[in-house]
Design a protein around this ligand. Sequence first.
Ligand code: FRU
Length: 539
Amino acid sequence: MMHSLNLKACCLLALCALAASCGGGTGAPPDTGGTPAGQAYYAEKHRPQFHFSPKEKWTNDPNGMVYFDGEYHLFYQHYPDSNVWGPMHWGHAVSKDLVHWEHLPIALYPDSLGYIFSGSAVVDWKNTTGFGDGGQPPLVAIYTYHDAAAAKAGSESHQSQAIAYSNDRGRTWTKYEGNPVLPNPGGVRDIRDPKVIWDDDSGQWVMVLAVGDHAGFWGSPDLKNWKKLGEFGKTLGAHGGVWECPDLFPMTVEGTGEKMWALIINLNPGNPNGGSGTQYFIGRFDGKTFTPDPAFLPYVQGGKGVWLDYGKDNYAGVTWSDAPDGRRLLIGWMSNWQYANKVPTGAWRNAMTVPWSLSLRKTDEGYRIFPQPAKELETLRTATHSLGKTEVDRRLDLTGQLGFSPRLSEMELEFTLPEDAAGSFGVELSNSRGEIYRIGYNASTNQFFSDRTKAGDASFSEDFARQSSVAPRFSTDKTLRLHLFFDAASAELFADGGATVMTEIFFPGEDFNQVSLFAEGGKVELAGGKVHQLKSIWQ
Ligand code: FRU
């Protein structure tokens, strides 16, 4: 569909008010971090440029994230023989800066006990396992075996938990001969995705598992012997589908120093916008079980959930063990089980979100997690344009005025809401094919939205672009902040400082190379902002 650009000249005057900070200048072609001619590495159509994706073939969940000896490890569900889901392995990459990734050989292969499903990894600092071989503590991976043959034969006991260790900084792994360390209790169909932490207060390893419709907790002195501690969630939270990929960790409340616990639960389906999604609970963990904070309860009763990300494409997110400086860093799988096997990419299929840094704040509704893009992403900025105060009356073309391309970009925008705000406004990406992606805020519904219904190829699944995804606005501030990241095939929105987050993918027929601000059903004031051109992490 063609879209007529209704440029309002009056709106452009205030752009780039701080000319000195327009790092790229307005005349020079933007450095979009594009692929030099003839270079094929990570240059395929739709290939994410600042998100992690495997060099080739299939990925789903991020696994085993742990920081050790100067490296962030990222393992991932991987099928090296095809670009659709199959016998799961753990692929492996490491990063020194959380932004650039080095591919390493596959860490864990399926064996006679089953496929290697999702799980976590820890540094066994005290060598409680005895796997250490002297100087350095071992890395220990805790994962689920999924016995596909047994499942096919009708077994309901085909998932069990197992461990493997490495004494060479994760380069090679040995599976424990005593596996599984936690056999299936018998007839429990869905019991998987162990996330393990060391709990100082109870002096033990604590494992949280997704068990069908709830989370179960187990404790161990040595990662080999596990005892059931408690369970949570059968009657709380969203239950649209099976619970998967849990995470449990302490968080310090910003500003007060109070210690609370976060319990992340992924579930499929159940996302309010359809398909797979991620909910969480804030409460207390007493070494046995999790109790939600009383103020959290009204939001998770009657099948309701509190969501980490309201977009359709952030699933299976869990956090790094031992991240430096007490940070709580999370990465998710940037897709949705509704269509992950069918998205129109060839060499590889699916990618991860940008890494997040989580903080916990006390709000009027109780404790809430505020995700922020990891600050390390700032190193990808190649040019910055400052935007001054200006009125957006229908359209404000940023590309024409600044030479700014949305392909590989970051935008930090502040809008002042009019008293009687009724229309919608936001950011529009487009290309010469007339394809359009819009993300923004609708004042009449008080919702953020991500609209990919006209953003390119959606033919692979009816569920992909049936309608816009929407998310509530929680803040009542008159200043509305949109912090956006656009890669070749994705948008990530951190609104109001992380109070609402949306992650969505798209597949335009050609890259989006035009960006404008739009206002429909009324004008809106851009109070100011910054837009950054980003570079690729792969070139
Ligand atoms: C979540 C999930 C996990 C499982 C893995 C299998 O996306 O279904 O529960 O371990 O994927 O690949």
